[in-house]
Design a protein around this ligand. Structure first.
Ligand SMILES: Nc1ncnc2c1ncn2[C@@H]1O[C@H](COP(=O)(O)OP(=O)(O)OP(=O)(O)O)[C@@H](O)[C@H]1O
Ligand SMILES: [Mg+2]
Length: 327
């Protein structure tokens, strides 16, 4: 894909000061790009910094380091009023539709809200737009007069998607949008998101701890560990030939849940470092089967992989010798 990125995140850092001169190093030196119509997946264990990246990209949080360029504009240190002006072009969908929607408002009113906020429309036009939006997310018109308590989780998440696309955003950040839903409902929401992406050309940042979901929806995967990128690659490559030892462990955990594969699961042992005092070397070294002294000395930079993508591991070439033929 050669289109100009809609979002460029360059060496992003986010620290949360927690007093006594200490801070949580939640995001360290993270870079990625999203092009129009592309979905980039952020995956990692709990606490790996996924939501912090999403919230910083949306400028709900201020970055501590690095640069964020959205739609050609450097938004790294945008004022609060500048951030407000961004909101219509950057939207979000969260994990829990129950808590992101006002329980006293009808579905119709919930879908009309972003139009009230960002578009100057008359009441009749707004009503017509809300009905068209409901149709685009496949929400039956009969549902529009219901309250959230009278709708299912999947229907509520469709309302959240309708709200997110109401202002024709160029980027949608989705933070675990299907994690709270029943398995049977998840596929329908993923299908809807793919449909919306194709129809609108919006870029998507899809945050999840579930690799299986990314297999279905994302073009590229960014693997995070303790706020740092371990590997970045096209989705097919990540699943066919995971290069970084941490990605290999994640993939093996994902595959071992599938009764058709059941390969030997790579079990991670060892202490996870504290994000308050990260070690000087590779953050994954304490749990990595391949770690040597040099891994603990300096943090590895991302280096290009033969099959596409990049991995942050100084031993990547020797560990993956012959992997090109596997891919
Ligand atoms: N406001 C805050 N103050 C202090 N630390 C924070 C704050 N928000 C997040 N953190 C810390 O930053 C790190 C990253 O958190 P984040 O919520 O981004 O992770 P996550 O990958 O989204 O996890 P999960 O999968 O559980 O949602 C964690 O160590 C977390 O405790
Ligand atoms: Mg999170």
């Amino acid at each position: 894909m050669t289109a100009v990125p809609i979002l460029s995140v360059e060496r992003l850092g986010k620290r949360f000061p927690i007093g006594k001169g200490q801070s949580v190093h939640a995001v360290n030196d993270v870079s990625f790009e999203i092009r129009p119509g592309q979905t980039v997946g952020l995956v990692g264990e709990s606490g790996s910094g996924k939501s912090t990246i999403g919230r910083t990209v949306l400028r709900l949080l201020e970055p501590s380091a690095g640069r964020i360029v959205f739609d050609g504009q450097d938004i790294t240190s945008l004022s609060e009023s500048g951030c407000r002006a961004l909101r219509a072009r950057m939207q979000m969908v969260f994990q829990d539709p129950w808590s992101s929607l006002n329980p006293r408002h009808s579905a119709r009113r919930l879908i009309e809200e972003p139009l009230l906020l960002h578009a100057k429309l008359g009441a009749a036009e707004r009503r017509a737009r809300a009905e068209a939006l409901a149709e685009r997310v496949h929400l039956d018109r009969a549902m529009l007069d219901r309250l959230p308590s009278e709708l299912s989780g999947g229907q509520l998440q469709r309302i959240c998607v309708a709200r997110a696309i109401a202002t024709d955003p160029k980027l949608i950040v989705l933070d675990e949008p299907t994690s709270s839903l029943d398995l049977s409902v998840r596929a329908g929401i993923l299908e809807l998101l793919a449909e919306i992406r194709a129809a609108t050309g919006a870029g998507m940042l899809f945050i999840t701890h579930d690799l299986g979901t990314l297999k279905l929806i994302s073009d590229e995967v960014v693997v995070l560990y303790l706020g740092s990128v371990m590997e970045r690659a096209p989705t097919a490559r990540i699943f066919e030939a995971p290069a970084h030892p941490y990605t290999q462990a994640l993939i093996s955990a994902h595959l071992s849940a599938d009764p058709r594969h059941r390969p030997e699961r790579i079990r991670l042992e060892g202490e996870i470092p504290s994000p308050i005092s990260l070690p000087p070397g590779c953050p994954f070294a304490s749990r990595c089967h391949a770690a040597i002294d040099a891994c603990r000395a300096a943090k590895p930079e991302l280096r290009p992989l033969p099959g596409g993508g990049q991995a942050a591991c100084i031993r990547i070439d020797e560990l993956n010798r012959g992997a090109g033929t596997r891919a």
